[in-house]
Unconditional design. Sequence first.
Length: 454
Amino acid sequence: MNTRITLPTSRRKFIGGLGLASTGGLITASEPAAAPAKLPAVDVLVVGGGTAGTIAAIQAARMGASTVLVEAGSQLGGTTTTAGVDFPGLFHAWGRQIIAGIGWDLVVRTVELNGDKLPDFSRPPAPGKHWQHQVRICGALYAALAEEAALQSGVRLRCYEFPTAVEFGAGRWRVSLAGKGTASELVASQIVDCTGNAAVVALAGLARQREAVVQPGTLIYKLGGYDVSQLDLKALDQAYRQALQSGHIQAADMLGGVRGFLAAHGENAMHVPGADSSTSAAHTETNVKGRQSLLRVLRFLRLQPGFENLRVERLQAETGVRETWRIVAEAEVRVADYTGGRIFADALANSFYPIDLHDEHGVKPRPLPEGKVPTIPRSALVPKGSRNLMVAGRCLGSDRLANSALRVQASSMAMGQAAGVTAALAAQKGLSPLQVPLAEIRTALKRHGAVVPG
Ligand SMILES: Cc1cc2nc3c(=O)[nH]c(=O)nc-3n(C[C@H](O)[C@H](O)[C@H](O)COP(=O)(O)OP(=O)(O)OC[C@H]3O[C@@H](n4cnc5c(N)ncnc54)[C@H](O)[C@@H]3O)c2cc1C
């Protein structure tokens, strides 16, 4: 049935202003696509509103910088929210808080508003159980609070958009943006690339690196409607082996075999081999593979006794990706720097996590030596040979093993805050990030609640 909607006069005038014609209730548009809209120039453009980028944008705006945040997806938070890795860590090490600031505040506010609880940080985690100090949050609520904080800080938010070209000249970036029904151009003094894949760095023609075989990703979901204590586990083992042989199940679908997977209710217990998010095509394939895996698991379990009430309790919209591109930076954090707790001369933030490299069998985290707290230098956030450009988040300059720990959320948030301060000061002073006096960056970071190493 075709329903025509009649619009009130005021609505018709509004539609006229958008270049559309309204005849009663049917809207038609026949003009050729308009030239790209010229957006007002800004001090700081943050690309990627994920774990790091959200914090970078809020911080830059709170420093008084006019700030635009461009996010390709529908909400803020990236891997923390859309991919459902809603257990950020680690903010504490060896009995003290080593990362605080805007990210930590948002995490605490999310916990409080949802009536959840923070872990007891006064007690060290049990050996090998660093995750006991990760904070369980409601990802969707975190996204809402992050968005509110960004808007209150004055960040101009542009979701569903991404840059298609960037060019640096005369001390400014000219950026072409595309999105749903929009094409625009923007001039920015500074860019902070928080895309997780160093997408702007690539557009600028600067060097990135990646492994030939990257770590697997994970589609976060949770199954319910069964009671492990009531299952015939031996029979299940047998059925699982047969399903593996026949190809109805793949090894990466259920980490830890059927028993480990069921005990975890499937949560963070599968792998998507080769997961990549650095192009639309690769990201589409990664998401499809994640959902196909879930469907294989559901169809297999449905046939087994004890799963009559099997149900999907949560299912994220995107497969989480652990590893893609890292920048070739002015300085690289190496694994010996990380495990040795090196305090870089230009350190702006702490980081703390076991070395955490996943492979097809899972992960065996390697805890840091007692008392060590690694640091993140400014020069690892600056692409080599660049001007007026920084990154924050998992794509920082680092070797693979160091990156497997540096990439985590508390560290990404701390990098975001450090990059936000540096970019705002750089814009204010007409400098490139490496030229901004370190003392001024550190003072501003402390004023905004961050923990600065040393
Ligand atoms: C399965 C899994 C488990 C993990 N476990 C933990 C854990 O237990 N604890 C922990 O702390 N960390 C964990 N991590 C790591 C951590 O979650 C990520 O490394 C971190 O969130 C990455 O942050 P980011 O800001 O670099 O990227 P993201 O949070 O992914 O943000 C990137 C953002 O940029 C946007 N974007 C991308 N390209 C463009 C573009 N061209 N234009 C505009 N926007 C763009 C994306 O939509 C996204 O919003 C895990 C990761 C995964 C995948």
